[in-house]
Design a protein around this ligand. Structure first.
Ligand code: NAD
Length: 489
């Protein structure tokens, strides 16, 4: 721990003097709205000043992205590929710094963030390898025409990201946008601006031309809104809450924005009594209590068959009580503090809501100390699916357990949610798994597995969990336009 704290101190020293500035057209720019503070949830201390970007900064950045677009689009694909690979290498070289800063800025544990930083590099490597064929089209001959299709990048795009695993999630959007040939204005979450700054530095050091990636810090209702409304920005890739997704759509209506929305979830993990229960237990624990439960794909509703409920919940309680809450830079810590005071108040508010609704707090349900925003990992039992703890996204290390007796009942409960991001099914009955997954309303489902991201597969949700898919060629469908050209024969 001491070692990590000392290293972090060195990495942050430069921000203490200069703060975090916006980066527009390859130049550092102060925010037109002055500055705001970014606070560490570990001890509520100010990390540094951050440029408070406004509509004026967004306008500058949108023009910079517009001006840089033609040259980036027309750069030979092999050259663009090399730059993206160098960005991946730059991330790998600074992975420790990224992870330490991310932990301090967001409260997430080093144990998980050290891997998340490297996943950011993987995102760049994967999309670098797609650059060369991204524009390939088809030949669709008709009796009188040679019809060809090609794909072209849509233009400058806006990318708006949340505070949970912010570095990894930003690369997940920025890498395919750059690979497609788009230029980018990135508006990171106000609660976690540090690693977005590291990313733009790494990208420019790797040879990304000025203006291809611009970073404007600021608040959603101001800088984020201006980005959605800007006429030079052709599309918005957004990751965040469902109600913000709806605002993004409204704000982009006048300029006919194309929107990609990756939103919230209240994802069910369904455990049938014929499953490998030890493996299911590991996965249930991992999918809600790792990354502070601040993860869109977390399995926050446990649907457990009544025949095994008692034993399964008893084992869960034992495991949950052994999860280590602590300083996020301690490599042994599994749960760090929640990201902010506002989020801490939201999550802890559900402890009372659970009691009022008549559920039992079988583990946790308490805060830890008062130096930072720490909570104990929490398990609610005796719940039914109509309770707020079963319907609302809590977005913390909080699991709601709901019993079911039959497959039909499990399906009805699982689908009784405004959300539809992921689902996890544990059974050794193959026919049931096929039948169940076919009827489960979710964009992504894993059977007998926790969430394992494979980059070529489609990532995204249904219902209030989003519109659009990322991953593989689906990312390019969003960042590019199909063009048809017919030649008379
Ligand atoms: P949020 O919606 O509050 O904020 C996300 C981003 O949107 C921030 O950068 C914020 O400044 C900006 N924003 C806010 N209002 C805006 C507006 N009117 N116009 C433009 N931008 C605006 O979300 P959050 O609290 O930062 O993140 C947590 C949420 O993100 C959870 O709901 C979680 O499920 C979701 N999430 C979804 C996925 C997914 O892939 N589906 C992944 C990660 C997180």
């Amino acid at each position: 721990l001491e070692d990590n704290v000392a290293k972090l101190d060195t990495h942050l020293a430069r921000f203490r003097d200069t703060g975090i500035l916006n980066r527009i057209g390859g130049v550092d720019v102060a925010g037109a709205g002055g500055t705001f503070h970014t606070i560490s949830p570990v001890d509520k201390s100010v990390i540094c000043d951050v440029a408070h970007g406004t509509a004026a900064d967004i306008d500058k950045a949108a023009h910079a992205a517009h001006d840089a677009f033609a040259a980036w689009r027309d750069m030979p694909a092999t050259e663009r590929r090399k730059i993206l690979i160098r960005i991946a290498e730059g991330i790998e070289a600074r992975a420790e710094e990224i992870a330490l800063c991310e932990c301090w800025d967001t409260g997430q544990a080093y144990k998980f963030m050290s891997k998340a930083a490297l996943r950011g590099a993987e995102n760049f490597r994967y999309f670098a390898d797609q650059v060369v064929q991204a524009r390939d089209g088809q030949h669709l001959k008709s009796p009188t025409l040679m019809n060809i299709t090609t794909r072209v990048p849509i233009g400058p795009v806006g990318i708006i990201t949340p505070w949970n695993t912010p570095f990894m999630l930003s690369t997940w959007k920025i890498a395919p946008a750059l690979a497609a040939g788009c230029t980018v204005v990135h508006k990171p979450a106000e609660a976690s601006p540090v690693t977005a700054r590291l990313l733009v530095e790494i990208a420019e050091e790797a040879g990304l031309p000025p203006g291809v990636l611009n970073t404007v810090n600021g608040f959603g209702e101001e800088a984020g809104k201006a980005l959605c409304e800007h006429p030079k920005i052709k599309a918005i890739a957004f990751v965040g809450e469902s109600r913000t997704g709806s605002m993004i759509t409204k704000q982009g209506a006048d300029t006919l924005k194309r929107n990609h929305l990756e939103l919230g979830g209240k994802n069910p993990v369904i455990v049938f009594d014929d499953a490998d229960l030890e493996r299911a237990l590991d996965a249930v624990i991992f999918m809600i209590y790792s990354i502070n439960g601040e993860r869109c794909t977390s399995s926050s509703r446990l649907l457990v068959q009544d025949t095994i409920r008692e034993t399964f919940e008893a084992k869960l309680v034992e495991r949950v009580n052994n999860i280590r809450v602590g300083h996020p830079l301690d490599p042994a810590t599994e749960i760090g503090p929640l990201v902010s005071e506002e989020h801490f108040n939201k999550v802890t508010g559900y402890f009372d809501i659970a009691r009022q609704d008549g559920a039992t707090i079988a583990a946790g349900g308490e805060t830890v100390g008062d130096t930072g925003y720490f909570v104990r990992p929490t398990l609610f039992t005796g719940a039914d699916n109509s309770m707020r703890i079963a319907q609302e996204e809590i977005f913390g290390p909080v699991l709601t357990s709901i019993p079911f007796s039959s497959e039909d009942e499990a399906l009805q409960i699982a689908n009784d949610s405004p959300y539809g991001l992921t689902g996890y099914v544990w059974t050794n009955d193959l026919t049931r798994a096929l039948r169940f997954t076919d009827r489960l309303e979710a964009g992504m489902i894993w059977v007998n597995s926790e969430n394992v991201r494979h980059l070529p597969t489609p990532f995204g949700g249904v219902k209030a969990s989003g519109i659009g898919r990322d991953g593989g060629d689906w990312s390019f469908e969003f960042y590019m336009e199909q063009k048809h050209i017919g030649f008379a024969t």
